[in-house]
Design a binder for this molecule. Structure first.
Ligand code: DC
Length: 224
């Protein structure tokens, strides 16, 4: 499975993983895997194909042959740009439902591991360090208090012009956290060898700095 170094970044939604991973990948010139987008795509594809969100076998078939392509910032499903469509709260909630199903998770393993190519991979998700890349050269578990994550999400969505309420988002985040942490298959938890970073009182520049320093210390930044 080895071949290229992996930075595995896991943690709950809204902790800043997406920004951290983009910044580190850009800085190092490494590839980026947004694994959450894959679960969102399965949910979106299911809606379009008329497959129910609890039809594990049907969803697994969709997941195994997901016609996805990542092109820079764009996510293409069957050639169609769905970058915006997969970012809605509804799609996130549906993604969290399909992510409960072992058949769906198994169907996505090969696709995810295929992203590991030179010069390296930054993998963003919930089970990158525990299940998909257990031998990752470095693992980070990035977390933040639920209220702070809700506040960040609220700001982000408001800036995009969405009409959302802070209390609604807080409740939704708490609900999704519970579902992701309590599921039987690949529950959200830090790998035993992960560096746990609590970003509640840190800005993203500090988080990026801490991760890059640690990667430099482990001499990961020189493996080009
Ligand atoms: O990170 P995100 O919000 O795009 O993820 C959407 C959902 O997918 C989230 O509820 C948890 C799930 N997920 C997962 O179970 N495993 C992953 N590796 C990534 C995401």
């Amino acid at each position: 499975m080895n071949g290229a170094p992996v930075l595995a970044v896991d943690g709950p939604g809204g902790a800043g993983k997406g920004t951290l991973c983009r910044r580190v990948a850009e800085r190092l010139g490494w590839r980026l895997l947004d694994s959450g987008a894959l679960y969102r795509l399965v949910a979106l594809a299911a809606g379009r194909a008329g497959v129910a969100l609890d039809d594990e076998a049907g969803l697994a078939v969709l997941a195994r042959d997901l016609p996805v392509r990542f092109s820079g910032e764009q996510v293409l499903l069957d050639g169609e740009d769905v970058s915006e469509g997969i970012r809605t709260e509804r799609c996130g909630d549906e993604a969290s439902q399909v992510a409960q199903l072992p058949g769906v998770r198994t169907a996505l393993v090969g696709l995810q591991r295929g992203f590991r190519r030179p010069p390296g991979l930054v993998a963003d998700g919930r089970d990158m360090g525990t299940v998909i890349f257990p031998d990752a050269e470095m693992k980070v578990f990035l977390t933040a208090a639920a209220e702070e994550r809700a506040r960040r999400r609220y700001k982000q969505l408001k800036e995009k012009g969405f009409d959302v309420s802070l209390s609604g988002l807080t409740a939704e985040i708490a609900h999704r956290d519970r579902r992701d942490a309590e599921r039987a298959e690949a529950p959200l938890r830090p790998a035993p060898d992960a560096c746990v970073i609590d970003s509640t009182d840190m800005d993203i520049d500090e988080v990026v700095g801490v991760v890059l320093d640690e990667m430099a210390r482990r001499q990961l930044m020189r493996q080009e």
